[in-house]
Design a protein around this ligand. Sequence first.
Ligand SMILES: *[C@@H]1O[C@H](CO)[C@@H](O)[C@H](O)[C@H]1NC(C)=O
Length: 305
Amino acid sequence: MNIRLIVLIFALINVNFVEPVRSNPDEKLTVPAIISRHGYICETHTVVSQGYMLQLHRIPHAKYDNAVPRKTALLQHGLFGNSAHWILNGPRNSLAYVLADAGYHVWMANIRGNRYSKGHAWLQKDSQQYWDFSWHEIAIQDMPAILDYIKGLKSDSEIAYVGHSMGSTILFAMLSSRPEYNSYLESGVALAPMAFIKDIESPIIWLSSTVETVAPVEMRHGRHEFRPAVSSYVSDFVEPCTPEHFRTSSCKDMLFSLCGANERQFNSTLLPVFVNHLDMSTSWKTLQHFAQELDNEGEFQLFDY
Ligand SMILES: *[C@@H]1O[C@H](CO)[C@@H](O)[C@H](O)[C@H]1NC(C)=O
């Protein structure tokens, strides 16, 4: 088997990384706590969509200027993410803070099922029904609910939508299936966009045939939630994912082959912070939806039942 694939599989099941020597307070804090620690205000808002209680984090204004911003931005994270992904590089290098200081109301959404949006009004979190969704439902139900909520608070302002990876998939799916929401947006920005995915280079594609085999069984009989089992003995075989070992360890190979290699853009001091804010929990159906697209020459399509 390809060594990179083995490393990738280990990485997916080995989310229990070795404790770092020095610790950065952001490792253990929640998004609102991290934002407050850096001197900004963070509010938490809850939008209910099909019973899912979606948490939005909002920075209402700039750090040193209390004036009410005139512009609004909504940031949507990607697969295995949450709102933390917009703030972890700190005030100077993270989009959420930069936009707040540039005069935006900054909203950060969290998709159903991630650590901030786990709640549901009536479904049990380990039930098949709870995890019966892919990015389609997020695009068709949740994102319109979020846009309605933001519009309701500040009806005059058009919204700049910024989606990373699956966050852009959600945007494209919503705008094509519910075109009335085009008028809510001033602009749509797609970072590492994902719609037609024929040309994807990440080794994650090697997992797609596995996903297509495993997902239907898991969705029906197994754990309906995709959450890689945390297994501590595996860490004996993988070199530690700490800043001290980063340059020499397989951790770096794994991250760079998965996410793209760019040493200059990657602050390895923050590695333990990034690792602690990964949100691996999602639905099998989300992964299967992407796998079906890869299997069909990267076509941008509805879930195939
Ligand atoms: C990396 O992050 C640490 C911790 O926030 C910070 O002190 C350091 O300046 C950052 N390095 C670079 C090159 O940005």
